[in-house]
Design a protein around this ligand. Sequence first.
Ligand code: G3P
Length: 228
Amino acid sequence: MKFFLDTADLNEIEEAASWGALAGVTTNPSLYAKIGGKLEDFHAHMKRICEIVGPDCPVSAESVAMTRDEIVRDGLELAEIAPNIVVKIPTMVEGLAATRALADQGVRVNMTLCFSVPQALLAARAGARYISPFIGRFDDISEDGLDQVESIVGAIGNYDFTANTVRGEQIEIIAASVRSANHVTQCALMGADIATVPFGVLKKMVQHPLTDRGLESFMKDWKKVLNA
Ligand code: G3P
């Protein structure tokens, strides 16, 4: 499983990138608004994220356009920012059509706001490189988001979509709207390719009380060695 950071916060990205385990970044309009982002700075901000994580880490930048022509135009502009930009497009009719057009022009797309197997299968056929099923938002309405991710991983894995994707790359499922380290565990067990996590969840993933306790006793005992 690869780990993406789900944030537009440059400090969080710099910190997570320095840990050596970051494979990409996903952003969305809400995350950009959360850091006080301004429209005129959006492309420069995405470029900075691409520079921080380096060319091998995909960075999802979301289109906010609503018609297929506008999404395609927006997507082509976003793709110009850096080679590792992935255009994030909502799963809807206009989004599917735009995804097909962008994939045909060599632009990689992350289909987002995906909540069902039929949506995921359509995204895959339309040429999406990444598909992002959301977990937490199902949990928010008292349904099981993990069940949906498991079904989507299974259904997409049943077929070969490489004829549909840019450069014949394998589709990867990004478990999104991740709210806990346990979500990550469950997604890894079901074979999701990527988990995109907020920085708070990434920090919790490193922690375990037995690690803290073990470290404390090792340090205490090492003092005895130093004083022997
Ligand atoms: O990647 C999508 C994610 O940002 C949505 O998360 O917590 O707003 O449901 P959340």
